[in-house]
Design a protein around this ligand. Structure first.
Ligand SMILES: Cc1ncc(COP(=O)(O)O)c(C=O)c1O
Length: 365
């Protein structure tokens, strides 16, 4: 038995997403790049590589990881590059997408040898949470004024537009793409490629994949562009669990179980967006609050229903622990960092990374 806590990536579940991505690519002609900001656990890149076209990034570190560990096509994007990193970014990328005309012009010389693009902001998005809304008022994410972009068209050959956010509604995607076409048609007609970003939950169970593929193909034909998608969450959804053990139980008006992990340290995104963790099957007569072991009063994974009472030593699997989770883990309270394990297609499990005191010590000085 592997010592908890550990993240467990199940390749047979990952495969379900990969097969849908491969099918979408085939039906639509769109290319799919893994968004490393969401998931960068390179131990499964060998497996994912056969189903995707490459990676996209948000920093020098990510573009380098994508280039070295995933290979294939490597897109570089960042909200802003620094002078000291631009040459190295370019050395790892096939395409560089600038967030602003200012950055495009500033790094004209350094980037002239590779394909260049610009991020456009259509001013509409599917997000209802302003923290994650790229189209929020005064958003710094991309250019929106066609008149300002037209004069730099000779420097670029394509665009990236990311305005979907956890969007599982095809009709909403379709409407927003229509708004993009209306606003940016003169620019799209002069482009060779357009990346529509991530945030589209097309690997979800009831998502109309064929309709989505048809819409992408139509868009591609209308403007004569190669379409890219940048799926993060859609690539890895439901593939991974966080495996924990109960260390203590208390009753303080509610049944509380403290586990050997921490939502603040190991599933931070849930806290930021004030969401509960997910447990399956979450059915039964016994309701327990599952709590983390950091000192934070609100270090709580959520309240769940169990078949039996919880006792010290019980193992619990927290679902959907891949996206924006492993990339955000941190050493708060010095809580033991979860190891990373992979369940192979034959069912065997191997630990690919264990973290020690030395990793904690070396994360600071
Ligand atoms: C530019 C860009 N591309 C791709 C993604 C991936 O989004 P998701 O993980 O929701 O698919 C994001 C997420 O913020 C993004 O900002």
């Amino acid at each position: 038995m592997i010592q908890t806590p550990y993240y467990l990536i199940d390749k047979s579940k990952l495969l379900l997403n990969m097969e849908k991505i491969a099918r979408l690519r085939e039906l639509s002609g769109a290319k799919a790049l893994l968004a490393l900001k969401c998931f960068a656990t390179w131990g499964v890149f060998d497996f994912m590589r056969d189903y995707m076209d490459g990676t996209t990034s948000s920093s020098l570190n990510e573009v380098r990881l994508g280039h070295e560990r995933f290979g294939k096509e490597t897109h570089a994007y960042s909200v802003a590059y620094a002078d000291y990193e631009i040459d190295e970014v370019v050395s790892h990328a096939d395409k560089i997408i600038f967030n602003s005309i200012g950055q495009l012009q500033r790094f004209d010389r350094q980037s002239s040898g590779i394909v260049r693009g610009l991020r456009l902001n259509p001013g509409v998005s599917s997000s209802s949470f302003d923290l994650a809304d790229p189209a929020r008022p005064f958003s710094r994410l991309g250019e929106w004024d066609v008149k300002k972009v037209e004069p730099v068209m000779d420097m670029i050959s394509g665009f990236m537009i990311h305005n979907n956010c956890e969007n599982g509604d095809f009709d909403l995607f379709d409407r927003m793409l229509g708004a993009i076409e209306e606003k940016f048609a003169p620019l799209l007609r002069r482009a060779e490629w357009v990346s529509l970003g991530g945030g589209i939950h097309f690997t979800g169970e009831s998502y109309p994949l064929e309709k989505f593929a048809e819409r992408l193909k139509r868009f591609s034909g209308e403007y004569d562009v190669q379409v890219y998608l940048e799926p993060g969450e859609a690539s890895i959804t439901k593939s991974t669990t966080l495996e924990v053990t109960v260390l203590d139980t208390l009753y303080n008006g509610k049944n509380l179980a403290i586990v050997d992990s921490s939502i603040e340290a190991h599933m931070l995104d849930l806290l930021i967006y004030r969401e509960s963790a997910k447990l399956a099957p979450n059915k039964g007569p016994h309701r327990w609050m599952i709590c983390g072991k950091s000192c934070l009063a609100g270090d709580i994974f959520g309240e769940f229903d169990f078949e039996n009472e919880i006792s010290v030593g019980d193992r619990i699997s927290i679902q959907d622990a891949a996206g924006y989770t492993m990339v955000k883990k941190n050493w708060f309270n010095g809580v033991k960092m979860p190891a990373i394990a992979i369940r192979e297609l034959d069912g065997s499990i191997r630990t690919v990374r264990d973290f020690t005191y030395a990793d904690y010590e070396q994360s600071l000085s």
